[in-house]
Each structure stands twice: as structure tokens, then as C-alpha cells.
Design a protein around this ligand. Sequence first.
Ligand code: SAH
Length: 206
Amino acid sequence: MINSQIKARGVSDERVLKAMFKVERHLFVPLAHRDLSYEDGPLPIGKGQTISQPYIVALMTELLELKEGEKVLEIGTGSGYQAAILAELAKEVYTIELLKPLAERSQKLLKELGYENIKVKHGDGFLGWSEYAPFDAIIVTCAPEEIPPVLFEQLAEGGRLVIPVGSDYQELRQIKKKEGKIISKDIISVRFVPMLRGEESKKQFK
Ligand code: SAH
């Protein structure tokens, strides 16, 4: 997986490759699909959601440019796999999942695996997590049509936001906050599940 899917496509950050090597993807894949855990694609994790393709996880993680000691926010916990990768590279990981059964399952699994630097919350990513903001990096693993303003607000100066933006197909973007302004770079075309609005943000953004 590391050589043929990830390195071959240009991910070269040694820390990222090491984390991808260390975290066992099959532990996050439901039993029914476990034999496909190291194949080159996304897999279903229940509730109509998916664990992302390993290459996309590696690419997005590299684009976060995480340093040890940093604080990162993930939107869309899903299986918890991306959160585990982040936990290998940053000091604190905060991750939000809209669907309660997925949030509960990932929280339990990450605890069993001994990740003490990950906090999982059942909630709506459109609201961010103000209690722990600002974040040095934010990764969004579901696709909104526009960059959610609250997430940019909760990004620290010099911070990086990696996010697929669009409807059916999306552009993966790396965004940096420089003197409060958006510096945006288009990376590749991707396909993610949509970022859905929870009840609270529906009310707030009506
Ligand atoms: N990062 C995950 C993959 C997530 S798939 C992994 O490593 O497995 C995208 C996830 O985003 C789904 O679980 C979906 O329920 C969640 N999601 C969709 N809209 C959301 C929102 N507004 N806030 C938080 N999570 C959301």
C-alpha cells in the first residue's frame, strides 16, 4: 500500500509515510470488507459513509504540514482512521462526527487502541469546536459546497485547512491563513460524501 499507492503517486513526507505504515487500516474497516483493507479505494463503514482511499488520507495529511506539538481539528470522524493517523503526527486531535452511531463507535475504538490525544465529539462540523480553537490545522473529510466561515475563523494565523469543496465532484484545496486572509491552492479533483447540516447549523444559517 505504501509503495505502490502512496509513494508512487508522490507523497514523500517521511513522517506521514511512517504514520501510514504504523496505523493498521483493517482495524477501522468493518469485518465484512476487512480483506480489502489495503486495497486502493474507499470502503463502506455503515450509515452510507466511507473510509477514504489510503492515498487520499496520506495526501491530505501531507498537505496539513503538521508539526509535533500542534493541535488539529478533523470534521467527519467516520471510522476514526484519519484521526489515528493525525494522532501520530500532532499533539492533540479533535474530531467531530455528525452521525451518533459512528461517533460512538470511533470513540470506543480509538480508546481501545490507546489514543489518549484524540477527543471525539458527536456534533455538527459547520459549527467547529470553539472551546479548543484556534487550531494549527483543520482537515475536512466530507464535502461542503463552500468553505464554512466558522472553520476559517477557528484556524490559527499561519494555519492550514485541507478541504474538498464542491457538490458532485470536488476540488481538494489547501488553504493557508496569512495575515487573516485566505491563500488557496487547488490540488486535485476528488469525490467525497457531502457535508450535511445538523439541526443547530440549519437554524443558525437559515
Ligand atoms: N475521516 C473518515 C472518513 C469520513 S467519511 C475516516 O477516516 O474514516 C465523512 C464523514 O463525515 C461521515 O462519517 C459523515 O457522517 C461525516 N459528516 C458529514 N457531514 C458532517 C458534518 N456536518 N459534521 C461532522 N461530520 C459530518
